[in-house]
Design a protein around this ligand. Structure first.
Ligand code: FAD
Length: 409
């Protein structure tokens, strides 16, 4: 890895063979695979000095993992031989094949991998951005708020706890409800669950889109006595009064619910500069990047590929999906560079480790058709299992740092 400070406003010399925007799960996985395949001339544009393993934030909020174990220095994950420019991209011109960085400098590329993740729209719900400064509001969706989730859960003995889920596409569609189950299980063990009203707000008419797991989750929610509000969303927060407005999406009725704990998941969208760019999919209200759902190549700009949270793909946005997308992008990019037609196909595989208790989990794996796609053929992953919980807590992080980010798996 070669880090470069990139002076202000000066063009970044030469045309870069492959520019990768974003050094998160998706960008690093692709860069590592390209390096393993012998591709040279890769430039990574990434402003942050931290790389986060976000799937563990659910367990941080549940008091089962320290936040520090989810962070590593970005420098430690950038593959050898990749030039790292520690800046943010601010605009892209796919006709001219240039990126504009936050310094004003321009970077010319031959091929582009778009992987800047998504944006948390804290301003998307009136009162929410301000509420995050209040001590009864938390969120596992950002490292600065996830540890507070556990502080609030730990301290609660009675009252109302509200867990929300936005109506936009979001990363890890299961995460907003997993923390409700972790909290309820903790309160059950502490024998205070009977004194706590737990409200879980879900925008869809079902708890989970795949019927096989929906049935399991319904049972779990019933076991804890959770009040599930389907087809509903949080539409306003008044943190001074400790009240949240929940609106029924089917008939528009709104109810104000007082809370003692609010776990808020904000609406999510493509980063603003991506929304404004020609790469945004006109069919995506949130401005996510257009991609052929199988080759992950941009439909109008054949030198652009995309994956991860920023891609407008009809599947759940997860790290597990990226594990299957990264080899497809790398192989198809290599095909494109060699003048061949991209041949590798992504089938929409995604997986969601649905933590249902402090020591239990079901693993939901499915594809574009919402068809279960289990990768553990000998294990019944529809059942709540302790071995699966151990797998999520201990094995998956190791597979991530050592295997996925190095392009081995
Ligand atoms: P990110 O990993 O977010 O990386 C984006 C990168 O782009 C960042 O490094 C950022 O600094 C950089 N960037 C941003 N803007 C710019 C810019 N302008 N220019 C250049 N770089 C930029 N997935 C699972 O598989 N299993 C789970 O159990 C699971 N649980 C989750 C629980 C929670 C609470 C959360 C929040 C996520 C969870 N996920 C889970 C989802 C998973 O973490 C994401 O899908 C994954 O991290 C997305 O990877 P990405 O590379 O697309 O985006």
């Amino acid at each position: 890895m070669v880090a470069s400070p990139s002076p202000r406003n000066e063009p970044i010399a030469g045309r870069h063979r492959v520019a990768v925007v974003g050094g998160g799960s998706a960008g690093i996985s692709v860069a590592a695979r390209l390096r393993r395949a012998g591709v040279t001339g890769i430039t990574l544009v990434e402003p942050s000095d931290s790389h986060w393993y976000q799937p563990l934030w659910t367990l941080v909020g549940g008091g089962q993992a320290p936040l520090r174990s989810t962070r590593r220095p970005e420098a430690s994950v950038v593959p050898d031989g990749v030039r790292w420019i520690r800046r943010a991209a601010r605009a892209v011109d796919p006709e001219a094949r240039t990126l504009t960085l936050d310094t004003g400098s321009e970077l010319a590329y031959e091929y582009l991998v778009m992987a800047p993740g998504l944006q948390l729209d804290w301003d998307g719900v009136p009162g929410l951005a301000g509420a995050m400064a209040h001590d009864r509001v938390c969120s596992n969706y950002a490292p600065e708020y996830a540890p507070r989730t556990w502080e609030l859960i730990k301290g609660m003995r009675s009252g109302t706890a509200v867990f929300t889920h936005p109506a936009t596409p979001l990363k890890c569609g299961g995460a907003p409800q997993k923390i409700a189950y972790l909290a309820a299980d903790h309160w059950r063990r502490r024998k205070v669950l009977d004194h706590i009203r737990v409200v879980l707000v879900i925008p869809d008419p079902v708890l989970f889109k795949v019927p096989e797991w929906e049935r399991v989750l319904e049972r779990v929610a019933r076991r804890y006595g959770i009040e599930v509000r389907l087809s509903s969303e949080m539409t306003a927060v008044d943190a001074d009064r400790g009240e949240v407005v929940l609106t029924d999406r089917a008939n528009g009725t709104a109810e104000t619910v007082p809370y003692d704990l609010l776990h808020a998941v904000p609406p999510q969208s493509a980063p603003d500069w991506v929304k404004r760019s020609p790469l945004a999919d006109p069919a995506s209200p949130q401005g996510f990047v257009a991609a052929d759902r199988h080759t992950l190549r941009h439909p109008r700009y054949p030198t652009v590929f995309t994956l991860g949270d920023v891609a407008n793909l009809p599947t759940s946005k997860t790290g597990a999906a990226i594990r299957k997308q990264a080899p497809v992008v790398a192989a198809n990019l290599i095909d494109a560079m060699a003048g061949r037609r991209p041949a590798r196909r992504y089938d929409g595989y995604t997986s969601c480790p649905l933590v249902t208790a402090r020591d239990r989990m079901v693993l939901a794996e499915f594809d574009y058709d919402l068809k279960p796609a289990p990768t553990f053929p000998l294990i019944d992953t529809f059942r709540e299992r302790r071995d699966m919980w151990l797998f999520k807590r201990y094995a998956l992080p190791q597979l991530y740092w050592r295997g996925m980010l190095t392009g081995r798996i």
